[in-house]
Write a protein that binds this ligand. Structure first.
Ligand SMILES: [Mg+2]
Length: 223
């Protein structure tokens, strides 16, 4: 019987590609005084390229942008601070996010998030989506000093929720970090399909949209 549903954040609840696009576009307009010599599309495209789907932290991204585009009057540190403070205002949810969370809460599931990333940046993104109150446990790797796919972070989350692996489902977009990791902790898994990977062999179920999740959980419980 599933009692707890745990989620990855980036690419699963937060539409990170849309969020980054929106943020960088607005940052360019806001800081136009220092960036106007760069064509806007070039600034956005280069940021996205250097960011490498979030795998490169933004200190490195802004250092490269400042040097490549010869940005003057604004240091990479100031650009990074702007990112850290402003990104939360551009957090774009995947469709049906709050509807899905409301439905799971109404059905009595405990909810959790396990995200690899920095704190307080990830915490601000959760607030940017305005979903904190839905969750009974939130684990951010920098705080926990352990990260997915390490089994320990999944086990720690289940301990905090007071549930066993047999009672827990993990939902994420990364076949290795999320799905193989959670399987290692003996959890059931749902892969949120996306264009970055062709398959997640180990997943117990696959969804394309968040609204499909309540039905998949009901199906797990009927087996
Ligand atoms: Mg992810």
């Amino acid at each position: 019987m599933v009692k707890a549903v745990l989620f990855d954040l980036d690419g699963t609840l937060l539409d990170r590609d849309a969020s980054v696009n929106q943020f960088v576009s607005v940052q360019y307009d806001r800081l136009n005084k220092h960036l106007s010599h760069i064509p806007k599309n070039d600034y956005i495209a280069r940021f996205i390229e250097l960011d490498c789907h979030g795998h490169v932290w933004k200190d490195k991204v802004y250092q490269d942008l400042v040097s490549e585009f010869a940005i003057e009057g604004m240091s990479w540190q100031s650009l990074l601070e702007d990112y850290e403070m402003q990104f939360q205002n551009h957090c774009v949810p995947f469709e049906f996010l709050t509807e899905m969370l409301t439905e799971l809460k109404d059905r009595g599931y405990l909810l959790g998030i396990i995200t690899n990333g920095r704190s307080p940046f990830q915490a601000r993104a959760i607030d940017g989506l305005a979903i904190r109150d839905y969750f009974d446990a939130i684990l951010i790797s920098e705080v926990e000093q352990v990260r997915k796919p390490q089994v320990e972070i999944f086990q720690r989350a289940m301990n905090r929720l007071g549930v066993s692996a047999l009672e827990s489902v993990f939902i994420g977009d990364h076949p290795e970090v999320d799905i193989v990791g959670a399987k290692g902790a003996m959890m059931k898994t749902i892969w949120k399909r996306n264009l970055s990977w062709t398959e997640a062999k180990e997943a117990d179920a696959i969804v394309d949209e968040l609204k499909e999740i309540p039905l998949v959980l009901a199906h797990f419980n009927s087996r």
